[in-house]
Design a binder for this molecule. Structure first.
Ligand code: NAD
Length: 352
């Protein structure tokens, strides 16, 4: 069954969930003269038979993974768009994981100060997170996602059949964001997922589609209330403050979702240390994430490295660290007054 969710951002657009991406994309491209389809080497076999009848289509292959999100990569894409004579009435399509939709969206945001683009996410993380919400960007030598723009797509096409080939590790990592949506807004997500391991979830197509639909609805709702990030949108960062520090500390050997899983348990523990969240809700974080096979612990001796990294977090203001916490499931709040001993105590509780 196809679900359509409308996102109200700088313009309104549809996320079509459960569709056949080729059929819907062909229709969506009818209004454009020329289109560049951006994909990574990993997607080569799946995209080669895509051939719309009424639109001139060009294919542009980029490096896989974070290799796509570099200044060199966007520079060669700009050069190529220039040589091919792309105008404001042409469009880009990004087919791939979050790295590809981030790059395609950023190229679309910057080419001629903004042309249309369509996202076809192929990973769980891309479907529930990266392709929704209008944030686009690339990495700099100084950190991830430091260069970017808000530029929403015209459409997001979610075809869950892509997920058949996704590795268990990437599937589980994407589910960390789904679990986050359950804790911050939609408790039903937790009910649906509780007690199930990764293969039980993967093996149930209707459940996967339901989880994706619910997570997209959470993100669409939050983004609509706060497109450019004051506190409304900050709730999406639940678990991400420590998660980002762990990603950096691990030199990106952990997937984003794996680091976020540890960060979710830390944020819950910190909420507990502040007397805001009960122990049952904290334990539920660990139980659900462990059942999926996601990590929830990090080495105890890493705190001395993580603590200074937390200060670099985008949500920090001056010297004050800011965390998204919970006072119950679905009840988010800002924690701005955590002192070093409270942070350390919360960290001890997630230390291995
Ligand atoms: N813009 C945003 O709001 C936002 C939000 C979250 C994450 N992101 C970004 O998204 C990126 C992470 O996304 P990701 O986890 O999708 O990573 P990714 O794009 O690197 O994909 C992970 C791996 O899965 C492979 N892959 C993709 N689709 C596949 C499929 N259907 N079958 C088999 N393999 C497949 C890719 O080739 C890659 O090796 C990060 O760069 C992150 O910064 C952006």
């Amino acid at each position: 069954m196809i679900h359509t969710i409308r996102v109200h951002a700088e313009h309104e657009y549809e996320v079509v969930i459960g569709c056949d991406w080729q059929i819907v994309l062909k229709q969506a491209l009818d209004s454009y003269t020329r289109v560049a389809l951006i994909y990574s080497s990993a997607m080569r076999d799946q995209i080669k038979d895509f051939q719309p009848e009424n639109t001139e289509i060009h294919y542009f292959e980029v490096a896989d993974g974070e290799g796509a999100k570099t200044a060199q990569s966007v520079q060669s894409l700009w050069n190529w768009l220039g040589a091919a004579g792309f105008t404001r009435s042409d469009a880009l399509v990004g087919v791939g994981g979050g790295t590809i939709t981030d790059l395609a969206g950023f190229a679309a945001a910057s080419w001629l100060r903004g042309i249309d683009w369509i996202a076809v996410p192929t990973t769980v993380a891309g479907m529930v997170d990266a392709a929704i919400g209008g944030k686009t960007g690339i990495n700099s030598d100084y950190g991830k996602n430091l260069i970017g723009a808000f530029h929403s797509p015209q459409k997001v096409l979610i075809d869950t059949s892509w997920l058949k080939t996704l590795s268990d590790r990437d599937f589980a990592a994407g589910l960390a964001e789904v679990v986050k949506c359950g804790f911050i807004v939609d408790e039903q997500i937790l009910e649906l997922i509780k007690g199930k391991n990764l293969s039980q979830i993967r093996g149930d197509g209707a459940l996967v589609q339901d989880l994706i639909t619910r997570s997209v609805a959470v993100k669409a709702h939050v983004v609509a209330s706060d497109f450019k990030e004051s506190f409304g949108r900050e709730v999406l960062n639940y678990g991400h403050t420590l998660g980002h520090a762990i990603e950096t500390h691990s030199k990106y050997s952990l997937r984003h979702g794996e680091a976020v899983a540890i960060g979710l348990v830390f944020a819950a523990q910190l909420s507990g240390v502040k007397g805001l969240l009960d122990s049952k809700s904290i334990a539920l974080h660990e139980q659900i994430l462990n059942d999926i096979g996601l990590p929830t612990k990090y080495p105890s001796d890493a705190w001395k490295h993580l603590s200074p990294l937390l200060a670099l977090d985008k949500k920090s203001r001056g010297h004050q660290l800011r965390f998204v916490g919970l006072s119950g499931i679905g009840k988010t709040l800002r924690i701005e007054d955590a002192n070093e001993s409270e942070l350390r105590l919360a960290y001890e509780r997630i230390s291995s």
